[in-house]
Design a protein around this ligand. Structure first.
Ligand SMILES: NC(=O)c1ccc[n+]([C@@H]2O[C@H](COP(=O)([O-])OP(=O)(O)OC[C@H]3O[C@@H](n4cnc5c(N)ncnc54)[C@H](OP(=O)(O)O)[C@@H]3O)[C@@H](O)[C@H]2O)c1
Length: 97
């Protein structure tokens, strides 16, 4: 079973990607978004919703634990977002997690 973290999960393309992951794989999805109320009606046995900002280092770090794939579907300050994501991915690699 693959664990996939989708950042910016309320975004237009993220919604399509989420549907495709659910329809064509057995992956477990963590849907990370700033306002959890924007996602409704997804099967809860394979999805987990985490409310948070990608620039919130603590929350992002918790969400990234145990993930095999991180899909960033973001807009806005891409440089700051990319740095935050890469920082946690490197820390995870260094810990062998
Ligand atoms: N749609 C297209 O046809 C297309 C084509 C080419 C390229 N792209 C690019 O592909 C990317 C995704 O496209 P999209 O259409 O899915 O964009 P979108 O609908 O604007 O989704 C982007 C998501 O990023 C979230 N986000 C922004 N900053 C965040 C942060 N700090 N923490 C957490 N979430 C954050 C937004 O959350 P909120 O909802 O809370 O604001 C939004 O839901 C964008 O960079 C876009 O420019 C899109």
């Amino acid at each position: 079973m693959t664990n996939v973290l989708i950042l910016g999960a309320a975004g237009q393309i993220a919604r399509v990607a989420t549907r495709l992951f659910l329809e064509t794989t057995d992956a477990h999805l963590t849907l990370y978004l700033r306002n959890a109320r924007r996602l409704r009606g997804l099967p809860t046995d394979r999805t987990r919703v985490v409310e948070g900002d990608v620039l919130d280092a603590k929350k992002l770090g918790e969400a990234i634990k145990g993930q095999d794939v991180v899909y960033a579907n973001l807009s806005g300050d891409m440089e700051a977002q990319a740095k935050a994501i890469v920082r946690w991915s490197r820390l995870r690699e260094a810990r062998g997690a």
